[in-house]
Design a protein around this ligand. Structure first.
Ligand code: AMP
Ligand code: FE
Ligand code: FE
Ligand code: ZN
Length: 290
């Protein structure tokens, strides 16, 4: 069993990188990718520990992007999460610099978000939010502070009432275009993969395939067929789609520790996940042919 999608407390997870290595070994996960949002800090920290303990640790990243499309005269915007896998060489310095810029743009947004929440009568300051995280501070950390202070009784409520796209507190962040994300990952030597395609929320299977096919034309190399949010029909649909579009297949739990308590490393939600080691063998085979 392997798990190619996980988060540490360097982004919005709650488990420290070295502890995640231990958890993987204890859980029977033979290969693990750390795919923190916008930072390699968790991977960098976990790598020597994984080497010492014999865990196959893969270098990864997750980047939130936006895709806009106009079809039939209508503008539509999607939030698209991209995974990047660096299988044969470490990501370039230029790519790391780009990630720093993304973290900085989030910091600017966070300052505005604090002001907005203050206006709404919420007593919160940036320092206490940043204290929740390490390298990256994002909306999930805001949700934790709102929860701890009793403004809300769940993360879901925090996003619904304050932080989510249709909530009154919402502050826009300039996330990169999906095509730019794909290009940056590829130029840095990585494989760009569409994370949890179910969250594109495209109900019509034909439309969904068109959207993913457009992404492939922009350089997308794979899709996350296996994910905690995918039911058996989704897995079957995405596996078939990957084959038709000649995209690589990946999979992972999207483990965040206590930030998403229902998801377990390796096995997903109520054991709905089991990703065979062959998936990574095949990824590496493809990568070697590039
Ligand atoms: P940020 O990048 O700081 O804007 O935060 C985005 C992150 O917030 C996403 O990666 C999700 O993990 C989380 N998130 C966004 N919307 C929701 C929601 N409705 N409920 C829970 N978590 C969410
Ligand atoms: Fe996350
Ligand atoms: Fe994601
Ligand atoms: Zn994720």
């Amino acid at each position: 069993m392997i798990d190619l999608h996980s988060h540490t407390n360097e982004s919005d997870g709650t488990v420290a990188p070295a502890d995640l290595v231990d958890l993987a070994i204890r859980s029977g996960v033979e290969a693990l990718a750390i795919t923190d949002h916008d930072t390699f800090a968790g991977y960098d920290e976990a790598k020597p520990v994984a080497n010492a303990k014999g865990l196959d640790l893969v270098c990864g990243i997750e980047i939130n992007t936006r895709m806009t499309q106009s079809r039939d005269g209508r503008e539509r915007a999607w939030s698209v999460h991209l995974l990047g896998y660096f299988l044969h060489e470490p990501p370039s310095a230029a790519f790391r610099d780009w990630l720093s810029a993304l973290i900085e743009s989030r910091r600017k947004r966070n300052t505005k978000l604090v002001a907005r929440l203050n206006e709404m009568g919420v007593n919160i300051d940036l320092r206490e939010v940043e204290a929740m995280g390490r390298t990256l501070t994002g909306r999930p950390h805001f949700a934790r502070v709102l929860l701890n202070k009793g403004y809300v009784s769940s993360t879901e409520e925090a996003f619904r009432k304050y932080l989510g796209e249709s909530a009154p507190g919402f502050v826009h962040r300039d996330s990169p275009q999906t095509a730019e994300g794909i290009r940056r990952i590829s130029e840095a030597g990585g494989l760009a993969v569409l994370a949890h395609p179910i969250r594109l929320g495209i109900r019509d299977a034909r439309r969904e395939e068109e959207a993913i096919s457009d992404l492939r034309d922009a350089g997308l190399g794979g899709i996350e067929v296996y994910h905690s949010d995918h039911g058996p029909e989704d897995v079957a649909r995405y596996a078939a789609l990957a084959q038709r579009l000649e995209l690589a297949v990946t999979g992972g739990s999207d483990f965040h520790g206590d930030a998403k308590p229902g998801i377990r490393l390796g096995t997903g939600i109520n054991g709905n996940l089991h990703i065979d080691g062959e998936v990574l063998v095949e990824l590496r085979r493809r990568d070697a042919r590039r």
